[in-house]
Design a protein around this ligand. Sequence first.
Ligand code: SF4
Length: 251
Amino acid sequence: MNKYAKRENNLYDPHSKEPFNISRSAIEMFVECPRCFYLDKRLGLGRPSLPGWTLNSAVDKLLKSEFDILRKNGERHALMKEYKIDAVPYNHPDLPVWQNNRSGASVIHAPTNFKITGAIDDIWLNNQTKELHIVDYKSTSIEGEVSLDGEYKESYKRQVEIYQWIFRQMGFPVSQTAYFVYVNALKNLPKFDGKLEFKSTILPYQGDDSWVEPTIFKIKECLDSEVIPAPNENCEYCAYRRFIAQELEEK
Ligand code: SF4
C-alpha cells in the first residue's frame, strides 16, 4: 500500500498572522536544499519518512540519564574531569522541555514571525564564567578516532550553532565553546556477550552563529515567494528522479 500522502497541515501561509514553526532540522533542510524545504513547507510534499535511529536514541537516553544523576547534585562527570572542563550539567526547571523533541527550546524571531525551535541534548554550566555550553551527544561505530572533520559533520556544527543562537535569543549567556560527547562502539572485541562497549570522547567546538539570522531571513524570502527554488545540483535523489522520468518518457 502506498502510504505517502501530501500533507495538509503545518503549511506556511504568507498571509497568516500566526508564528510559523521552523525547527532546527528545517533550517538544516533549507541549507541543504531550498527546493526540498519549499516542497515540504509550502506544498506539503515532505521527504518520505525513515525508520528511527533506535540504537543512537538508546545511547542518547542513557547518556541523558547518566548526566541527570550528576545534575541533581551539581557534580562533574568523570569525562569532564578527564578533559579538564570546569563545568557541571546545568540544572534548570525548563530543561525537560528544551530536551523534548516535540517542544524544544524556542524563540519568536519578531522580524519574520517565525518560532525557531531546537531540542538540545544537554547544557553545561561553566563554573568560572557562568556561561552555558551547548552539548550534543553523538554515537557511532568507526575504526580509529572520532573527529569533526568531513562534509557531513558540518551539519553537526550548524546544529550546535543554531542552539547557541536560540539560547542567546532567550537571554542566556552562551559560551562560544560547544561540546560533542562522542561515543564510539568498539568492533574489535573478541565477542558480543549481549553488550556494546564504547570509547567516550569529548570534542570541543568553537561555534559561530553569525550565519543563523541571515539564513532565517532567506527562509522567509523563500517561503513568501511563489517560485519553487532550483534543485541542489549535487543531490543524487533529484538526479535519480530526473533520470527515471527521462527513462519512462522514452518508453
Ligand atoms: S535536490 Fe531534489 S531531492 Fe535533493 S534535496 Fe533538493 S529537492 Fe530534495
